[in-house]
Design a binder for this molecule. Structure first.
Ligand SMILES: C[S@@+](CC[C@H](N)C(=O)[O-])C[C@H]1O[C@@H](n2cnc3c(N)ncnc32)[C@H](O)[C@@H]1O
Length: 186
């Protein structure tokens, strides 16, 4: 990986809402290459580092959504620095997903976990047949649920039930970071 991007990733991993872990990024890149992804969507782009890595490693066209103004500004400057073909949409995914047409060959869902369930119908609509959905942090509470996080834990459990119960998907779970679900759409 580009040394500057690796340094930005290392710094971003120290902050709040960090960039995804190495294993998840590697699997994203490997999967994108394997399926020949041409169109990729990242929901919750943070500082844009995963979108940039996906562009640099696969040449795919990336669409990314981020709602935090400070991160949008950082992401825009990083995207320009790496001359990455990343279309960064500023705003809430809850509003923006419905405005997209897709289909996307690969979708990386890494926004507010409490919204995954709500995003699911639009995410599924936007995912191409034969496409792959990555949902990050789905096993956030695998070591126990703190009292104040019971509702979020319940949301994540229901989201996983949606993925696992959907006859159009085949889903595998990976213990990377706070848990990753990888779903293949038939
Ligand atoms: C874990 S960080 C993303 C890291 C990024 N995917 C990466 O790998 O570098 C989660 C990001 O999602 C954004 N986010 C959360 N909910 C969102 C929403 N509903 N719409 C857009 N962005 C959202 C947050 O502002 C935050 O920057």
């Amino acid at each position: 990986m580009d040394a500057r991007l690796a340094a930005y990733r290392a710094a971003a991993r120290e902050g709040r809402d960090p960039t995804c872990c190495e294993e998840t990024l590697s699997l994203l890149i490997e999967t994108a290459r394997r399926i020949g992804a041409r169109e990729i969507l990242e929901i919750g782009a943070g500082e844009g580092l995963t979108s940039i890595a996906l562009f640099l490693e696969t040449g795919a066209k990336i669409t990314a959504i981020e709602r935090n103004a400070e991160r949008i500004a950082t992401a825009r400057s990083r995207i320009a620095e790496f001359k990455a073909d990343v279309d960064l949409l500023a705003g809430d995914a809850a509003e923006l997903l419905g405005t997209l047409y897709g289909p996307f060959d690969l979708i990386f869902l890494d926004a507010a976990k409490v919204q995954y369930r709500r995003f699911y119908p639009e995410v599924k609509r936007l995912l191409a047949s034969g496409g792959v959905l990555f949902s990050d942090d789905v096993l956030l509470f695998r070591e126990g649920v703190p009292k104040k996080r019971k509702m979020l834990a319940q949301h994540l459990e229901e989201y996983l039930d949606l993925l696992r119960g959907d006859p159009d998907l085949t889903t595998a779970l990976y213990p990377f970071g706070d848990g990753l679900a990888v779903s293949f759409k038939k």
